[in-house]
Design a binder for this molecule. Sequence first.
Ligand code: NAD
Length: 260
Amino acid sequence: MGRLDGKVAIVTGAASGLGEADARLLAKEGAKVVVTTRKKLDEGKRVVEEMQKEGGEASFMKLDVSTEDGWKEVIEATIKKYGKLNIVVNNAGISVVKNIEQTSLEDWNNVMGINAAGVYLGTKYGILTMKDNGEPCSIINISSIEVHINEPNYFAYNAAKGAVKSLTKTAAVHCCEAGYNIRVNAVYPGYIYTPMMEQEARDWGLTLEQYKAKVAEEYCPIGHVGDPEDIAYAVLYLASDESKFVTGADFIVDGGISAK
Ligand code: NAD
C-alpha cells in the first residue's frame, strides 16, 4: 500500500531535476501523476514512459505555468482523465544570476512571471478545483533557501521566491478560514544538484565540479550539495495525509545552511 494511494497529482516543471524526482516518488507511492513541462516535451514524455514501466500511473501534458489558459486546460484535462485533483506541486522555475544593478525590468518580469505568478496561478486553480471534492488536498510550493540567506547575485529570483513564501502562507490561512480541506505549504531547498545547478555553474564561469565544490564549502555545513530525492521526500510527506496538521509551514531542506 502506497502513501498516496487514490490521489491525483499535478507536478510542474517535471521533465528534469526536482520536479522529475517529485513526480517519480509520488507515483511510486500510488498517486496518479500528471507530469507537465513547458519546453522539454521529449524529456517529459520519457519521464512518463519510465514511470509507467515502473508500474506507476502517469500522463504527460504541456504547461507553461505563467499562462492562465494553460492552467485551465491542464486542470480540465486532469479532471477529464482522472476525475479529481488532490495534489499540486508548483515546482517549475528559472534562475537568473544577476544582482540588483544588473537586473533589467525584462529580467524581473520574466522571473516574476514564472517563479511567482506561475505559483500563484497553480495555487489559485488548485484551490478552485479542489475545494469541493471532499477529500484531503495539498498544494506544495517550491521556494528556495535564498529567501533565508539573500545571496545578492540572485536579486529577482530571491524576490520571486519571497513572494512564494508569502502567497503560500496567505493561501493556507484562506483555506483554513474558508473551511476547505486543502493545506498549502512551501519547501525551501538548499543547493541541490540538478540541471539548474549546471546552468548556474556556467553563469559563474565555473565547471560543474568547481561550482559544486564552491557551493559545498561556502554554503553547506553538511559538506556537500543535496540530491533531488532529498527534496522529493519532503514533498511526499506534505502531499500525504501524514502531514494533515501542517499548513502554511516552511519546510527547509538545506543541509544546514539556514542554521548558521
Ligand atoms: P530545473 O531547471 O531542472 O527544473 C526547472 C524546470 O522548470 C525545468 O524543467 C524547466 O523546463 C521548467 N520551467 C521553466 N520555466 C517554466 C514555465 N514557464 N512553465 C513550465 N515549466 C517551466 O531546476 P531544478 O533545480 O529542478 O528547479 C526546480 C525548482 O526548485 C525551481 O523552482 C527552483 O527555483 C527550485 N530550487 C532549486 C534549487 C537547486 O539547488 N536546484 C534550490 C532551491 C530552489
